[in-house]
Design a protein around this ligand. Structure first.
Ligand code: PTR
Ligand code: PTR
Length: 311
């Protein structure tokens, strides 16, 4: 981490900005053919945010439906730290994709959903209301019934305990839904430490849920993928996952590589991390975490080194 601090101190804000610009100029790592099929275009929230064919999440085709496009959802598998497919990065569901979204959650055995956008921001719809908002309510999405069992409120986020009932199989599963409320799009969270606490909470919940729901889990060590979404599923989602990967690596071997992490992520979910201050935020948050956990002595910063003047 000491090297990371040195890296930021030497490059300064301008250098980190250039580093991000360099990454941003790299062309996408593959094709977007499935996202572009006419029948699938309506399932994309933004016509310019498509998913790479290679890493896209495929839905099981519907039995009574031969349509080859019924396996499409705008969602991508992303690796975590020493873990393939640790996350599914996806867009905020659209009313016509709610059923697909819950199908994906079911098929991929997802235990945790992390939502880093609000449904409406600055008067614009960023994401559909794809889960029942109030405790006690049940809603129907495709062949799933979703019940909001109860809600826990925290300062920066809200946890809804959901029950997902598959009416085709008669099975029921618990899913934790986290809504992080203080993150504007194209911006960064107000405080790195709130984000760090949030990440710790999500990580712990995944471990608990895995042990409680699948005590005999034999899949990948970290459990099934965590679904992470914002509005487009690239900016805030990419930032959250980058941070999680960097911190996991820091915890394991004591080093961090923000640039390579983002470059790798972009080969799986194109355009991940949308602005340079989201990129810069990853650096700041890692350093803050290293200080919090005693891996790093307090660092003195001059204005040009660490402060961001965004917002
Ligand atoms: N690239 C964006 C566009 O396609 O319009 C520009 C944009 C920037 C759009 C900010 C929206 C933005 O924020 P909000 O949706 O919250 O107004
Ligand atoms: N065309 C949209 C725009 O640029 O406004 C796409 C877009 C929207 C891209 C939101 C990123 C967005 O942010 P996030 O991935 O954090 O929801």
């Amino acid at each position: 981490v000491q090297e990371l601090v040195q890296h930021v101190k030497t490059k300064k804000k301008k250098g980190i900005y250039e580093e991000y610009e360099e990454i941003r100029k790299e062309p996408p790592a593959g094709t977007f053919d499935y996202s572009k099929k006419p029948a699938n275009q309506v399932k994309n929230r933004y016509s310019d945010v498509l998913c790479l064919d290679e890493s896209r999440v495929r839905l099981c085709p519907l039995t009574d439906d031969d349509d080859e496009t019924s396996d499409y959802i705008n969602a991508s598998f992303m690796d975590g730290y020493k873990m393939t497919n640790a996350y599914i990065a996806t867009q905020g569901p659209l009313p016509k994709t709610y059923g697909d979204f819950w199908r994906m959650v079911w098929e991929q055995v997802v235990l945790i959903i992390v939502m880093t956008t609000r449904v409406v921001e600055r008067g614009r719809v960023k994401c559909g209301q794809y889960w029942p908002l109030e405790a006690g309510r049940t809603e129907e999405y495709g062949y799933f019934l979703v019940r909001n069992v109860h809600i826990e409120m925290f300062q920066d986020f809200k946890l809804s305990h959901l029950e997902l009932y598959n009416s085709q199989t008669g099975e029921c599963r618990e899913v934790s839904h986290y809504l992080y409320m203080s993150w504007p799009d194209f911006g960064v969270p107000k405080s790195a430490s709130a984000m760090l606490d949030f990440r710790a909470e999500v990580k712990q919940r995944q471990e608990l849920a895995l042990r409680a729901i699948f005590p005999d889990w034999t899949g990948p060590p970290g459990g099934p993928p965590i679904v992470v979404h914002c509005s487009a599923g690239i900016g805030r989602t990419g930032t959250f996952c980058t941070l999680d990967i960097c911190l996991s690596r820091l915890e394991d071997i004591g080093t961090v590589d923000v640039k390579q992490t983002v470059r790798h992520m972009r080969t799986q979910r194109a355009f991940s991390i949308q602005t340079w201050d989201q990129y810069y935020f990853c650096y700041r948050a890692v350093i803050e975490y290293a200080q919090q956990t005693g891996r790093l002595a307090p660092v003195e910063w001059s204005d040009t080194e660490l402060e961001t003047d965004s917002e």
